[in-house]
Design a protein around this ligand. Structure first.
Ligand code: AMP
Length: 416
């Protein structure tokens, strides 16, 4: 794969797919990490004398609401406005960033035509276009392929730097590079994607020196992680399972789970999985429980071994499990972690997730440790452990799919 460093783009227009899907409340950006993460690639292109066009999505836009609930649709569109990002990017780059308030039409075309070497243009939210996400299904006004061709005609080259969107074959992530490649124009990976791919590939193609390889899975649903469990069973030496998903496994083993969020339709899967895991799966032996998820209605928090009594639910792994998991982690040469061990958003149920972080701190310099994005990455940052990991991914869904699909993602494969 070509990298941004190798591109020769002096005076050329380079379309860069970035991930500027940042949290914005009332027009104020709450966390600009993703904008900061895109700077090395943007700066490299500017230093090379390119004219840079940035494309990104922001939030979710459900196009069917346009007819069903116009007010809700209008709110989504307002919330998805990328203009505050253009302002912040301008501050970070210390130069003006041109913003196109539309995703197609005269305003955009005029602003692209006016670009000079070293200029940056940010285009409005790609998901304002139905064809962006509908690309594979050929849905939307002008259809996804027409949309990709429309955007592609602005560019002399394409750079993919939105790792968090690389698992989606959308018009901006897949369609544009497909068109440009067909025209013989260069398509490349940016610095962020290059780093993500090289770190996550190590968790996919496991070398002998990286064993024992221990995966830690948590979060809410088994059904979201079925494919990754299947894949990790083949690659890992141990899989530690915490979070709410552990209770579906517990129930499959005939344990009482009280009001814990168990997925009844996944019990057979969990049973089969445990049968073929050959002891690789390690489940919690105790839990922190409460009589209500809602802090306002909660009267009691306590710790139980094994079964969860009726009228209560498990909201974090307990102290014995924290120790058990820490012992397994201490033996590892490589870690892949996705999903918190409990409801880390509430103080009473943070200890399990923090214990995993602490155990990984103990591996610093001795093992290769990856946090696979999403809520676990948010927890790692919130608790101040980011620097202790070899790699914290910027893409939760993308890193899981990378593991599931043996290192393949549509938005990366299209660049090859
Ligand atoms: P996921 O997106 O699947 O990684 O799930 C993350 C969410 O799972 C977080 O918001 C956690 O609060 C939640 N979670 C983790 N453990 C539990 C639990 N035992 N009960 C309810 N929610 C949980």
């Amino acid at each position: 794969m070509l990298t941004v460093k190798e591109l020769q783009v002096n005076g050329k227009v380079v379309i860069v797919r970035v991930d500027f899907n940042v949290p914005i409340k009332e027009g104020v950006i709450r966390d600009d990490n993703r904008i900061v993460a895109a700077l090395p690639t943007i700066k490299e292109l500017l230093a090379k004398g390119a004219k840079v066009i940035l494309l990104s999505h922001l939030g979710k836009i459900k196009h069917k609401l346009k007819d069903e609930d116009p007010e809700k649709f209008a709110k989504q569109v307002r919330d998805g406005n990328l203009e505050p990002v253009a302002r912040r990017l301008g501050e970070l780059l210390n130069q003006p960033v041109v913003f196109s308030s539309v995703t197609r039409g005269e305003e955009l075309e005029e602003k692209v035509a006016a670009l000079k070497s070293g200029d940056v243009l940010l285009v409005q939210n790609t998901r304002y276009e139905k064809g962006e996400e509908g690309f594979a299904k050929e849905e939307g006004e002008g259809k996804g392929h027409d949309l990709a061709a429309y955007w592609a005609k602005f560019g002399d080259a394409f750079v993919m730097d939105a790792f968090g969107s690389a698992h989606r074959a959308h018009a901006s992530t897949y369609g544009i590079p497909e068109v440009l490649k067909r025209e013989g124009k260069p398509v490349a990976v940016g610095y962020l994607v290059e780093k993500e791919v090289s770190n996550l590939t190590r968790c996919v193609d496991v070398k002998a020196e990286d064993r024992p390889y221990v995966a830690i899975l948590g979060g809410l649903k088994v059904s979201d992680k079925i494919k990754v469990i299947e894949s990790l069973l083949k690659k890992c030496d141990k899989i530690l399972i915490g979070g709410a998903m552990a209770y579906t496994f517990a129930k499959a083993l005939g344990k009482t789970t009280g009001e814990s969020p168990v997925e009844l339709d996944q019990l057979d899967y969990a049973k089969n999985c445990l049968a073929k895991a050959n002891g690789k799966i390690v489940l919690p032996v105790d839990s922190v429980i409460a009589d209500n998820f809602d802090p306002a209605l909660r009267t009691k928090v306590s710790v139980v071994d094994g079964d969860i009594p009726d009228g209560t639910q498990g909201l974090d792994i307990g102290p014995k499990t924290r120790e058990l998991f820490a012992k397994e982690i201490a033996k590892a040469k490589m870690i892949f972690w996705n999903g918190p061990m409990g409801v880390f958003e509430q103080e009473e149920f943070q200890k399990g997730t923090i214990a995993v972080c602490e155990a990984i701190v103990g591996l610093k310099g001795k093992a290769f440790t990856v946090c696979g994005g999403g809520d676990s990455a948010a927890a790692v940052k919130q608790f101040g452990y980011k620097e202790s990991f070899s790699h914290v991914s910027t893409g939760g869904g993308a890193s899981l799919e990378m593991i599931e699909n043996d290192g393949h993602l549509p938005g990366i494969d299209v660049l090859k």
